[in-house]
Design a protein around this ligand. Structure first.
Ligand code: SF4
Ligand code: SF4
Length: 178
């Protein structure tokens, strides 16, 4: 309620009621501490829920080769137009596919983390991970290339590394973990 013709009492002028109210709140928390809601980030991290969409990775097959067949379905599906792929023919000994990406870039600053690329991929070669906090000194560094995206696969399938980052391994990665 708005007080008309506001006239402060002497106690109000001295801020006593406000200070007393504040002290009561502090005292209440001292006597009956509430559950801590903050964490010591980055030493402590919260695990992300299933389906969380962080930075991408490019998956590898059982022979440790890039899974991607450079079909460009992900780039076509991407609403942000932030995937660049340059396909090349596979080496003759790769008899299971004809193309692979020579270049595979994702501009992580343009990406909206919608997951459409993952949905569109016919061979489960691109996937969004739970990692979201990856800093860089320049915008260029946030354009992740093929090597970096494959490195992300190594990181996110290594149970020990994931545990150090306070993250749990995706159950489907268990069999591929070192
Ligand atoms: S998550 Fe969405 S915006 Fe980001 S690369 Fe994939 S399709 Fe594009
Ligand atoms: S990641 Fe999947 S959808 Fe994208 S080019 Fe490679 S195989 Fe095709």
């Amino acid at each position: 309620m708005i007080r008309q013709n506001l006239k402060l009492t002497l106690a109000e002028k001295l801020y006593f009621p406000a200070i007393f109210k504040g002290m009561l709140v502090t005292l209440k928390h001292l006597i009956r501490p509430h559950k801590r809601v903050t964490i010591q980030y980055p030493e402590e991290r919260r695990d992300k829920p299933a389906g969380y969409r962080g930075f991408h990775r490019l998956n590898k097959d059982e022979q440790d080769r890039i899974k991607c067949v450079a079909c460009e379905m992900c780039a076509t599906a991407c609403p942000a137009n932030c995937i660049t792929i340059e396909p090349v023919p596979t080496p003759p000994e790769w008899t299971d596919r004809e193309r692979m990406p020579e270049r595979f870039d994702i501009n992580m600053l343009v990406c909206i983390y919608c997951g459409m690329c993952e949905e569109a991929c016919p061979v489960d070669a691109i996937e969004l991970t739970k990692i979201h906090d990856w800093a860089a000194y320049s915008r260029e560094e946030m354009i992740w290339n093929k090597e970096k995206l494959l490195k992300m696969y190594d990181i996110t399938t290594d149970e020990k590394v994931m545990a150090e980052m306070g993250l749990t391994l995706n159950p489907k990665d268990k069999k591929t973990a070192a």
